[in-house]
Design a protein around this ligand. Structure first.
Ligand code: AP5
Length: 225
């Protein structure tokens, strides 16, 4: 059977990271989040991290060839092929989507299924401004819901809670602008190929999680882990 690929599409703050974790837990896919990979490279001070940091802090996209290379390598791993992949934050441009299509074909994956998380813009700004993240385990929190702020300890692992540099107001505005210009065209790209499902990602986190998991289950042919 062909290896499975599920893509989570949606603007910054739509809940890709939050619900991506629930999907991989439920269906056993490997979670490939390009933002997380790039942030880990920045934290480790690698050459990739040095290249990526200036784009990320400004809310701009990292160049296509850099990100495509990272994802291609992941897709070629035997474990990823065996378990299937959840792509979170990739693709984000038409050239990335085209490169992904070629890589999936060459590496023996089936057609990807795309879940587009839909949230009104004012809610995205609210969520991003109040997001806090654990430095150690990457758990995602919302200040307004979880009450955790910078300097607190993560309830899951005891790591330090911080605010992402690109969750400052100016970077948020730029990320939303870049999303509309470069990533939103992917909705039509995948819709016209009959691969896209829309999920209403506005509402309580638990309700949204249930909708996302139901849509993922349909995409994956009804199989839990
Ligand atoms: P990346 O890390 O991918 O950021 P993003 O796409 O902007 O998405 P976010 O992580 O901001 O949001 P999310 O949808 O995951 O929301 P979350 O679940 O955290 O990319 C960062 C940067 O890396 C990019 O700007 C770029 O520079 C670079 N990059 C990455 N991939 C790239 C690529 N392919 N090409 C080029 N460059 C790339 O939720 C947000 C908040 O909302 C949280 O606080 C959460 O608790 C809360 N929340 C979630 N759901 C709900 C709800 N239903 N109600 C209330 N709060 C909620």
């Amino acid at each position: 059977m062909a290896a499975q690929a599920l893509i989570l599409l949606g603007p910054p703050g739509a809940g890709k990271g939050t619900h991506g974790s629930a999907i991989v837990e439920q269906f056993g896919l490997v979670h490939v989040a390009t933002g997380d990979i790039l942030r880990a490279a920045v934290a480790a001070g690698t050459e990739l991290g040095r290249q990526a940091k200036k784009y990320m802090d400004a809310g701009e996209l990292v160049p296509d060839d850099v990100v495509i290379g990272i994802v291609r390598e992941k897709l070629a791993e035997e474990e990823v092929k065996a378990r299937g992949v959840l792509l979170d934050g990739f693709p984000r441009t038409i050239p990335q989507a085209e490169a992904l299509g070629d890589a999936l074909d060459e590496l023996g994956y089936g057609e990807p299924c795309v879940l587009n998380l839909v949230v009104p813009e004012e809610e995205l700004v609210r969520r991003l401004s109040s997001r806090r993240v654990c430095k150690q385990c990457g758990a995602i929190y919302n200040l307004n819901i979880d009450g955790l702020d910078v300097g607190d300890k993560c309830p899951k692992c005891g790591g330090e809670i911080y605010q992402r540099d690109d969750d400052k107001p100016e970077a948020i505005r730029e990320r939303l602008r870049v999303y509309k210009e470069q990533t939103a065209p992917l909705i039509e790209y995948y819709q016209s190929r009959g691969l896209l499902r829309e999920v209403d990602a506005n509402g309580q986190i638990d309700e949204v999680r249930a909708r996302v998991l139901a849509a993922a289950r349909e995409c994956l042919g009804g199989k839990d882990q």
